[in-house]
Design a protein around this ligand. Structure first.
Ligand SMILES: NC(=O)c1ccc[n+]([C@@H]2O[C@H](COP(=O)([O-])OP(=O)(O)OC[C@H]3O[C@@H](n4cnc5c(N)ncnc54)[C@H](O)[C@@H]3O)[C@@H](O)[C@H]2O)c1
Length: 330
């Protein structure tokens, strides 16, 4: 992967996956520019790039601003397009904002590229949420698309704008359908984003983790370094252009087992099973884990960090840095 001296734009670069992508790219010698709006309820946090401040350019602006994006996409060799409204519940309460960020702004970024930088390569962070409740497991890329929430529909539109611009205008673009990703830098303040975030906070605060239902729902998880590696491979390989790839893990666990794993990591903690809240049950997808053999075969990607090791690294990070991620911290 030759990113040395390449000009890179990371949208959503102050967020969880974006900031970890920035760290890897700086290590590889790339010139990194970040664009992020730092909308308070979302996952952006300046502490995420604390160690990089001298090495990157940061633009605090909104991807919904086409004038700013026109300027920012210019002369970039690669764009890692990770900015998004990521809360499924928020997408149901405020569908228009989700549409504006996850669909309209994506189209506008692609238009900016078509008009101002048609030679760039874009990697889009899509989601497994767009499959909905699986018909079969593991879910491969041929599985029917049946989103169960507004976020899934808008992310699908965002994904397909990228493929369309690849196919019609020759702007090199591809998408990765991420599964649950976790690690240092994720939003742990509340239950707005992934459940694993709030679990980690509760554990460190000595409060019981709440597992919905019987805790038997199956999931697969990727540690953030593995996810970043997939993004970089997709960026560097032209065989990925015009394609979508699932990410996933061979380690498939029930949520109760995951809670047991977390509470056995030397940081204490406990968990309880509670009835599924109605509004969450309505958009729950049941069991999910993915077939990621396509990206393994075509790009040679394989997740490397075992779940227990990844959870250990994550908890260790938040036990040291809690004050940067939630206010009334330890
Ligand atoms: N983390 C996961 O498990 C997961 C799973 C599937 C897909 N994804 C996708 O990966 C991408 C990154 O997710 P993440 O977990 O790092 O989330 P995150 O919330 O930590 O990062 C997203 C970043 O985008 C920024 N952003 C949001 N709206 C913006 C706007 N209008 N203008 C500029 N910046 C804006 C936020 O401030 C935030 O920093 C998202 O597109 C998400 O849909 C993540």
């Amino acid at each position: 992967m030759n990113y040395k001296n390449k000009n890179i734009l990371i949208t959503g670069g102050l967020g969880f996956i974006g900031s970890n992508t920035a760290k890897s790219l700086v290590k590889l010698g790339a010139n990194v520019t970040i664009v992020d709006s730092l909308i308070p309820q979302y996952g952006g946090n300046l502490f995420n790039i604390n160690e990089l401040r001298e090495n990157i350019e940061i633009n605090i602006c909104d991807i919904r601003d086409p004038h700013a994006m026109k300027y920012l996409v210019k002369e970039k060799d690669y764009i890692f397009n990770l900015a998004g409204q990521t809360s499924h519940m928020d997408s149901m309460k405020d569908p228009q904002t989700d549409l504006d960020i996850n669909a309209s702004a994506q189209l506008s970024i692609l238009e900016s590229c078509r008009l101002n930088n048609p030679d760039t390569k874009i990697v889009f962070a899509s989601t497994r949420q767009l499959y909905g409740k699986p018909d079969y497991l593991p879910v491969d890329e041929k599985h029917p698309i049946r989103p169960v929430d507004v976020n899934g529909i808008n992310k699908l539109a965002g994904e397909w704008y990228h493929l369309l611009y690849n196919n019609v205008y020759g702007i090199k673009a591809c998408a990765l359908r991420l599964t649950n990703t976790y690690g240092p830098g994720m939003r742990v303040k509340d239950a707005r984003q992934t459940f694993l975030g709030i679990w980690i906070r509760l554990l460190l605060e000595g409060k019981p983790i709440q597992v919905f239902g019987d805790g038997k729902q199956l999931r697969d998880f990727n540690y953030v370094d593995d996810c970043v590696n997939a993004l970089l491979l997709a960026g560097a390989n032209d065989i990925a252009n015009g394609k979508v790839y699932n990410l996933g893990s061979k380690e498939v666990v029930g949520l109760k087992t995951l809670a047991e794993l977390l509470t056995n990591l030397d940081y204490g903690g406990s968990f309880e099973l509670i009835p599924f809240p109605t509004e969450r049950k309505a958009i729950d997808i049941g069991d999910y884990y993915s077939d990621f053999s396509l990206i393994a075969e075509e790009l040679g990607w394989m997740p490397k960090i075992a779940l227990e090791e990844g959870l250990r690294r994550t908890i260790e990070f938040y036990s040291k840095n809690s004050s940067e991620y939630w206010e009334d911290s330890l």
